[in-house]
Design a protein around this ligand. Sequence first.
Ligand code: TRP
Length: 385
Amino acid sequence: MAENKFTPWEVEGDIDYDRLMTKFGIKPLDWKQLPEIFKPNVLFKRNKIFAHRDFNKISEAIENGKPFCMMTGLMPTGKFHIGHMILAKQFIEYQKAGAKLYIAVADIEAFQARGQSLEVSRKKAIEEYISNYIALGLKPENVEIYFQSNRSSDPVKANAYYRLQNLLARHITFNEFRATYGDVTPGKMTAGLLQAADMLHPQLKEFDGPIPTIVPVGTDQDPHIRLARDMARKIKEVKLNTFSSTYHVFVPGLGGGKMSSSDETSHIGLTESAKVVKKKVNKYAFSGGQVTLEEHRKLGGNPDVDISYQWLTFFEEDDAKLKQIYDSYKSGELLSGELKAILIEKLNTMLEVHQSNRKIAFKNLDQFIELTSDEKKFYNNYSEE
Ligand code: TRP
């Protein structure tokens, strides 16, 4: 399978997860060995979170009732879609398991890698990401959401974070950067070092350190993780442990391949109307069915390539129901149009709840981030229409 483009800033073409695992040396995640609390979660149960580094440190912390934290980040460049839910659901799960959460809004990264202004990033982070996280169930207790450009109004904390970024810089060479990222610019180096500081700074004494940290990411972020782990091992100026990480698969786009914010035909946004959802699934979801009704009845459909079925594996939590759909589609009893109807119903039920939660979320934003008084007014009366 061609691995067309695979850097932290660009993913194109098909992704061969097995090859990524052997190439990067990350390990398969064994569901049986997970702490009980994670086992019922669809993402763990169905192997959507399929690989890890050092997850045992997190399991041990949970089993011994020791504190741990979860750190991850988002680059606020596009519309929030159902693919983004995968990560959000994970950090809500870690919050339930007792973790302190650190969530970085990568506005510096968006500036360096995409040329997006800090103002636009702030607006998108609030309207597309943070509001959706709250609607999905993120609680304000024990969570720090921060912008890379504005770590903290507490100078002791802010200094520690940016100091770490600068100390780390001495423990990596230009060639290592180039080998990991391909194309390198000073801006991308800055962003790479800042992301390393994101992942490592919870361990500093000015924050919660020393503390086991889990960093859940999509597989494309592993280059960042490898560099940060390397630097953590080399740095002498502060004592840092390596952190743990997990890797999740991407929800495929409607037509197959990667779901993309900029391609309307590939994704479903969390604010989309029931009518649009129905139209998009019917029109764009790649079908594993046969061309004619007769052939479908005779040969059956192929759920393994059918995108509607693949999406249901992320969103239909009932195992028995899912299996029944799989079997009846494969046998030809369930038609492609009927399978799409099941998905449409599932998505629209989910989105209806989500959209009503989102309205309330805007009123609670200031429990999660500091807002200016203008922003407070604006978001208190915020309406999508
Ligand atoms: N680079 C990540 C992205 O493209 C965002 C990010 C910034 C991040 N800092 C992080 C992810 C720390 C995990 C951990 O989405």
